[in-house]
Ligand binder design. Sequence first.
Ligand SMILES: Nc1nc2c(c(=O)[nH]1)N[C@H]1C(S)=C(S)[C@@H](COP(=O)(O)OP(=O)(O)OC[C@H]3O[C@@H](n4cnc5c(=O)[nH]c(N)nc54)[C@H](O)[C@@H]3O)O[C@H]1N2
Ligand SMILES: Nc1nc2c(c(=O)[nH]1)N[C@H]1C(S)=C(S)[C@@H](COP(=O)(O)OP(=O)(O)OC[C@H]3O[C@@H](n4cnc5c(=O)[nH]c(N)nc54)[C@H](O)[C@@H]3O)O[C@H]1N2
Ligand SMILES: [Mo]
Length: 765
Amino acid sequence: MDEGSKRKLKVTPPPGTSAGVHAVTNALKHVFGKMGVVRGTRGLLKLNQKGGIDCQSCAWPDPEDRRTINEFCENGAKALADEGTKKKIGAEFFAEYRIEQLAEQTDFWLGQQGRLTEPLVLREGTEHYEPISWEAAFELIAHELNSLASPDEAIFYTSGRTSNEAAFLYQLFVRQFGTNNLPDCSNMCHESTSVALGESIGLGKATIRLADFEQTDLVIVVGQNPGTNSPRMLSSLRAAKLAGAKMIAINPLPEVGLMNFVDPNPQHYGNPFAGPFDLLTNRATPLADLHLPVRIGGDMAVLKGLMKVLLERERAAPGTVFDREFIDTKTSGYDDVISTLDAVEWDEIIAAAGLTREQITEAAEMILAAGSFITCWAMGVTQHTDAVATIQDIVNLHLLRGAIGRPGAGLCPVRGHSNVQGDRTMGIWEKMNPVFRENLEREFEFKTPAEDGLNSVESIAAMADGRAKVFFAMGGNFATAAPDTDAVAAAMRNCDLTVQVITKFNRTALTPGKTSLILPCLGRSEKDIQAGVEQIVSTESTMLNVQMSKGIFEPASEMLRSETWIVCQMAKATLGDKSTVDWDAFAGNYDLVRDAISRVVPGCENYNERVRVPGGFYMPNPPNHGEFPTATGKALFKAHPLNKVDLPAGKLFLTTIRSHDQFNTTIYGLDDRYRGIDGDRHVIFMNAGNIADLGLKAGQRVDITSHFEDGERHVRGFVVVPYKIPIDCCAAYFPEANPLIPLGSVAKRSGTPTSKCVIVSVRPA
Ligand SMILES: Nc1nc2c(c(=O)[nH]1)N[C@H]1C(S)=C(S)[C@@H](COP(=O)(O)OP(=O)(O)OC[C@H]3O[C@@H](n4cnc5c(=O)[nH]c(N)nc54)[C@H](O)[C@@H]3O)O[C@H]1N2
Ligand SMILES: Nc1nc2c(c(=O)[nH]1)N[C@H]1C(S)=C(S)[C@@H](COP(=O)(O)OP(=O)(O)OC[C@H]3O[C@@H](n4cnc5c(=O)[nH]c(N)nc54)[C@H](O)[C@@H]3O)O[C@H]1N2
Ligand SMILES: [Mo]
C-alpha cells in the first residue's frame, strides 16, 4: 500500500518557461480526473468570479474590472480538485486501518484517500478512529475544556482557509472561554512582515493594489516563487513588463516562473472567445531582467548594498537620488539608517550576500533609473533569524526614494493561504489590538483575557511540558507544518485531547493526544445551507480586497457541517449560560455575524451591504495614499546592523521550499515540473562544487543532519541532485525536511521558525 517502495526519481533539466500549455493540460487532468468533466467545468467557471467561489489556493487578488472566464491557475485548479474529489473515506476505511498502519503512509497517500465524511473519535487505548455523533463530540470537548485548571491550558490553532465569519466567531468563543491562546499559521509564515510593517508604516499589509503593476517602472521579487505559489501574479508581472517595466529577481534559485512566462489565459491577450488551447500560439514574455543568486540568508546584505550605492550617488549629487521632501515631511529616523549604512563595509556585504559589488551596483542602477518601484516578498525573506530587520530594510529602501503611497510604488508582501489575512483582521491573533478589544468587549458585554496568549512555537513548548492539555485546530495540519516534526508529535501526544476541524485526513490526526477527534467540515466550494437558506462567507486578499464567496456543489457528505456552525455548537456546549452570545442565531444566519463584525472590526462598517457589491470592497489602507498610522503619524526608518550568519567549516545552509505539486502539507503529486524533479520528493538540491568537495555523486542517497545549540536532528536517504544554487547552499522540500528545523530557532521579535536557513551537514547514507 505504500507507493514509497515504488518511488523512482526522474531528474531532467528545468524547462525554459513557466505556465503555458502544460499548465492548462495539467489543471484539466487534475480537475476532470478527480471531479469529473461536468462538475469540474462548473467549478472552474465559478472560481474567482464576482459572486463565485474564492479560490482556496493562494491570497492573490482578482482583477477589479477585466475578469475573464478563466480567472484561475493550474494550482488553483488543483486545489479545487483536491477539495472536490469524488473519493471519500468514512467508518469502513478507519475500521480497516489501524493508526500505526496509516502513520506509515506518505502525506501524498493520505491525501489521495479522499474527503472525510463523518465525525470520528480515537479513544484512549484504542487503535482505530470510529464514528461519533456531533452531539457526543461537542459534549466531549466541553467536558475536557471545562475540566482544565485554567483556560490557558487550551490552545486554539487556525490555518488560513477559514472564512471571516467563522474566524470572527472562533476568536470570540476562545476569548469568552478565557484565553488568548490563538496561534495561527501566520506565526510560521508572514508574522515577520506583520511585525516589521506594523512598526515601520503602521499597517502590516501590502500598500499597493493590482493596478499599480501596470504603472510601475520596476518590480523587485525577493524570496518568492510566484510561478508555483501565486501563479496569477505572473499575469501582473507580464502586464508590468508589457507596459515597459523592468524586473529584478533576488533568489538563490533561478526559479523558472521568475524568468519566462507564457500566459495560460488567452483571454488576457484581448480575445474573449479564445479557448485554453489557443495558447499554443502565445509567445513567452521574458520576466526577470536581472537575477541576483543571493546566498541563503544574504538578503539584508543585498539591501544594505543597494542603499549604500544610492547613498554614494546622493552624496555625489545631493538632492538627485533621495526624495528629500518625502523624507523631511513623512518620515523620521533617516540619520540612524544612514549611520548603519556608513558603518557596514562592502567586504561584509559581499561575503554575506554571496554576490559581487558589480551585481549589486547593477541592481541599484535599475532602481536609480526607475521613477517608481514595487517590492514583492514571501517566505524566502520572512523565515530567517533577522527577517524583521530585513523587511524593515526593504521599507528603508522605499522611503529613501519616496517610493510608497503613490501610483506604481509600494510594498507587496504576498500572503499565502487564501484567507490568512482576513483571519488576522477578524481577531485571530495571540495578542489583541486595543481598539478591537474595546469594540469586542462593548459589543458582547464581557471582559477579554488581559494576558497575551501563545504563538505556534510557544504552543508546542507548552504542550511538551504539560502547561497545555487540549489542542484544537481550525483547519491546517499543524504536526506536519510545524518545525521539528518529532518534537511536535511528542508534544501533541502529551495532550489529553486533540481536535481537528478538517476536510481531508492528515498526519496531525496520526499524532493524537490521549483522545483525538476529527470534525469534518464543508469546503469553500460546497453549498452551506443554514435554516433553509444558502449562506455566503467572505475573505480578504493580500491586497486588502474583501469579497464574498459562495459554494456551488452539494457537500461531500450530509454529515459535514460548516466551520461557523461547528464553532457555535462548541461554544454553546462549553460556555452554556455563561455566554453573552446568541450562538444559535449566529449559526442560523451569517448576516448577523457580519452585522457584529461591522460594529467590531474597524473598516468593516456596513459589511453585509458592501461585501455583496460585485467585487467587494477594500479595507482601509492609509499607506496606500501616503499616510502612516504610526504613533507619530510618520513612516519610521528603522536602523539595524548587518548580522551575518556564520557558516562553520564543512557545513551548508539549507532552505526548505515548496514543489509545484503541493499546497503546503497537501501533496497533489510528485512532479516538480519547473525544477525537473519527478517521482520522489526526498531530494537535496546541491551546488556541484559542494558535491565534489564532500566526495558525493549525483543520484547518491545521503543523510542530512542539522546543527543547533541544543543538538543535532536528522533525516535520512535523500537523493543528491546537482542544481544551480550558490556554493554552500542547499535546498530540500517542505515538509519532508521539517524534522531538521530546530524548535528554538526562530526569527527575532516575530517568533517565525527559520525554515529558510538551517545549518546542516551532509554525508553518504
Ligand atoms: N500551489 C501552491 N500555492 C501556495 C502554497 C503552496 O504550497 N502551493 N503555499 C501558500 C502559502 S501558505 C504561502 S506562505 C506561499 C509561499 O510562497 P513562497 O514564499 O513563494 O514559497 P516557498 O516555496 O516557501 O519559497 C520561497 C522562495 O524563496 C526562495 N528562497 C529560499 N531561501 C531564500 C533566501 O534566503 N533568500 C531569498 N531571497 N530567497 C530564498 C526559494 O528559492 C523560493 O523560490 O504560497 C502560498 N501558495
Ligand atoms: N519547513 C517549512 N515549514 C513550513 C513552511 C516552509 O516554508 N518550510 N511554511 C509555513 C507556512 S508559510 C504555513 S502557512 C504553514 C501551513 O500550515 P497549515 O495551514 O497548518 O497547513 P496546510 O498544509 O495548509 O493545511 C492543510 C490541511 O487543511 C485542511 N483543510 C483544507 N481546506 C480546509 C477548509 O476549508 N477548512 C478546514 N477547516 N480545513 C481545511 C485539510 O484537511 C488539510 O489537511 O506551514 C509552515 N511550515
Ligand atoms: Mo503561509
